[in-house]
Design a protein around this ligand. Structure first.
Ligand code: FAD
Length: 506
């Protein structure tokens, strides 16, 4: 007979409810019992609205349909991120989701574009991305199903109301037997220091014993933070921003299917369009600018009327040395934090859940723990390097913050990646092929192009690229505006059919 294992999730923010929903969906109820403890008095961090395309796999694995998700979270679709004033003041580029151009004879597109540009082609690389061209025109439709079609060459994510998403997942999880306990955790109990957690003592006098404890308590890291092996590795020497001021506002017109990331004097400012409002925030480093200056910058550049009071948040870039210690796994902000420039936190939550499910053994197992820790910390590091890249590649000299970003000594892992791209346009596969858009967008061009390009006559190459650009423009012209697409989708979605509550809270 199998003994029933008990998993206790501490915390009910995005991380807690994503974990609860996924575990309830994937683990057999005959073997696992799941409890989640959260405290409305403590609340959640309440931000985290921009995502990357992997969230669609998460929803789909849970059997959540796109229309019910979009209706419940007031989501809009996201085709990429527009970076303004990062390379130089006055410039902008889009990091699109999906392919940049098309490879030719096995040669990656950025080599073809570089060679054609050296031969006189004067077209920005983003004109060869369906996602970027559609984003600029505020158009959207899901990609074409046929892989031969040009409109199949992109992917997309969402902008969502994070609190509504957590509520939506809470309903989902509770319908699948997850027990929610509303209380504050007062004490984390162990038999001996450094040993496995045996129970959580709550302020209502209850004790929750379990086999597994998932720490989703956010920056407090209530459970994992007590283990010395899980010390926090500080990356703030490279990722200098440590504070954000946030303020939602009214919409300024049709929704943009992309996140705006605008470089400012001491950091950058986001604009994230939802169906009913725009999320705004200025992420900055408090060594270079005061709270008052940051708030003034944010308020004076809001695209619409403010809808709430400003909120300030503190954070520090870094990650736990070990994210799984004994019977405790940290998922979400308790595991680490990388600033939201590339909207990767929810993705890291997803990775944590997926790997936990993969490694969840019947017994407490060192090998599984070690592998989990290696794989997850590597993910954090890959994303860390990608975010640092944006700061390092700036050519801005106008403020001390940007001058210091250019002068920083990079982690060795990133130095190597930059040299490989600078020398010959090589992109490490672990970097998800994301590099060319950002490097080229910020003026890092390979010194040499792939030698195989020389076999293509220059005029032929330019002709192929011009044709591709026209084909993309023609195909994008057939797409609907994103707001029209969303209205038709939401109109067809009776929320009652799934029993889910709608979002909409600021
Ligand atoms: P929290 O939301 O803080 O939840 C913690 C939970 O633990 C709460 O339920 C709380 O009540 C509970 N808790 C804590 N202590 C106790 C206790 N003693 N007893 C009981 N319960 C307790 N991510 C993205 O993917 N995209 C973005 O665009 C993005 N933007 C961000 C912008 C900023 C400025 C910041 C700071 C973060 C951003 N993130 C973003 C990250 C994102 O907000 C988080 O990854 C996400 O919200 C998950 O948070 P969490 O659930 O780990 O923590």
């Amino acid at each position: 007979m199998t003994t029933l294992q008990h998993i206790c999730i501490a915390g009910g923010g995005t991380a807690g409810w994503m974990t609860a929903a996924a575990l309830a969906n994937r683990l057999p109820h005959s073997h696992y019992r799941i409890t989640l403890v959260e405290s409305a008095q403590i609340g959640t961090v309440g931000v985290g609205e921009s995502t990357i395309p992997h969230i669609r796999q998460f929803n789909s694995a849970l059997g959540i349909t796109e229309d019910e998700f979009i209706a419940a979270t007031s989501a809009t679709c996201k085709l990429g991120i527009e970076f303004t004033d990062w390379g130089k003041v006055g410039e902008s580029y889009i990091h699109p989701f999906g392919e940049l151009g098309k490879p030719l004879a096995g040669i990656e597109f950025h080599h073809l574009w570089q060679a054609a540009s050296l031969q006189g082609l004067d077209v920005p690389i983003e004109s060869f991305s369906v996602a970027a061209v559609a984003a600029r025109q505020r158009k959207f439709s899901p990609p074409h199903a046929s892989r031969e079609h040009l409109l199949s060459t992109y992917t997309y994510a969402y902008h969502l109301d994070a609190s509504a998403y957590a509520r939506f997942l809470r309903d989902y999880a509770e319908q699948r037997q997850v027990i929610r306990v509303e209380a504050q955790i007062r004490e984390v109990k162990r038999d001996h220091e450094g040993g496995p957690i045996t129970a959580l003592s709550l302020d209502n006098g209850e004790q929750i014993s379990a086999d597994w404890f998932i720490d989703c308590t956010g920056f407090r890291s209530l459970l994992i933070g007590d283990y010395s092996q899980a010390e926090f590795i500080d990356w703030s020497e490279w990722l200098k921003t440590n504070r954000a001021v946030v303020l939602p506002c009214e919409k300024d017109g049709p929704s943009r299917p992309y996140t705006k990331a605008m470089a400012r004097d001491a950091g950058w400012q986001w604009q994230i369009p939802l169906q009913h409002r725009i999320g705004n925030g200025y992420v900055y480093c408090s060594d270079y600018i005061s709270d008052e200056e940051a708030e003034h910058t944010l308020r004076s550049t809001l695209p619409g009327e403010a809808l709430a009071d400003v909120r300030f948040l503190d954070f520090k870039a870094g990650c736990r040395k070990q994210l799984w210690v004994q019977n405790c796994v940290a998922i979400g902000l308790s595991a680490g934090f990388l600033e939201p420039l590339e909207s990767t936190s929810i993705f890291l939550i997803q990775m944590g859940i997926a790997k936990f499910l993969e490694h969840l053994p019947g017994t407490h197992n060192d090998a599984a723990r070690n592998q989990y820790n290696r794989e997850l910390t590597e993910q954090y590091q890959v994303i860390r390097d990608f975010i640092i890249l944006h700061y390092y590649l700036t050519q801005r000299h106008d403020t001390p913050f940007w001058r210091d970003c250019q002068a920083m000594t990079l982690p060795d892992s990133l130095t190597e990646l930059i040299l490989a791209f600078r020398d010959s346009g090589l992109v490490d596969k672990k970097q998800y092929g994301l590099w060319p858009a950002v490097c080229i967008g910020q003026h890092l061009h390979p010194k040499q192009v792939d030698s195989r390009v020389a076999a293509i006559p220059p005029q032929q190459l330019i002709g192929i690229l011009n044709q591709l650009k026209s084909d993309i423009a023609a195909q994008v012209a057939t797409l609907p505006n994103m707001d029209d697409y969303l209205s038709s989708l939401v109109a067809q979605t009776p929320l009652q059919k799934s029993g889910m509550r709608a979002g909409g809270q600021v």
